[in-house]
Design a binder for this molecule. Sequence first.
Ligand code: SF4
Length: 278
Amino acid sequence: MSDASIVPLEAKSPYELRVHLGDAVPEQSVREALANGDMGFLHSYTTGSTVDGPGVRVVAWTTGCMWRCQYCHNPDTWTLSNGMPVSVAKAAEELRKYRHGLKVMSGGFTLSGGEPLMQHRFAAKLLAAAKTMGIHTTIETNGFYGDRLSDAELDTIDLVMLGIKTWDPARHLALTGKEVGPTREFARRLAARRRPMWIRFVLVPGLTDDLADLAKMAEFVAGLGNVERVEVLPFHQMGRYKWERLGLDYTLKDVEPPTAEAAERACEVFRKAGLEAS
Ligand code: SF4
């Protein structure tokens, strides 16, 4: 990978449509990067986030995702080559600038996506580099490729924010295009290793708001014993324009965000199971 094809890092919002930033990278270099993790593809990164893990955080969003969630608000992250190519050394160097501030603000670094484990070598290297700098590390993942990380690599991640989309297997397949089994398996593995975990769940009226389904998910999550909190995220329409601009068939255009009462009802299901939920 020549330096010429690595674009400079600049902070951008994940809500910006970003496409083709990595198109110039030769296929062979992409293959090598995926295999060794020396380079990754980032949709964007931001500083000062207070909603992507504990405290104030630097967040990097990777490109590439193996799922096709009907409600995805960043479908431009699905394609790896939409991201800007960044060497792991450069990304770590950027992160170093923030390490003292992040400590003072009880924050850290969050790697999100897309699905970061699509680039599992890059993810493992970048999270390990952050950990070595004494920065608190978090990964936000759907867990589908959790088995790509070794136990030692898992131990460099201080917090896993695991997205569980829905519980019923058939509904999960229809919603995401993939099976729920690997996500459950990853959750069990993290529980067995006593790794701190938060659960993220997106509440979509008519799609993921079946209370009986939620109760089953809550029972599973509570039984794990390592889940510190559950975040119920209300569905929103901020990603709709991306589906339209990318020419994708967006099936949720008429779906309204859930009411505050509906979100509270969902939280209650998790609380009833003994979990902290908000
Ligand atoms: S797992 Fe995340 S990035 Fe992938 S399709 Fe679903 S919501 Fe989008």
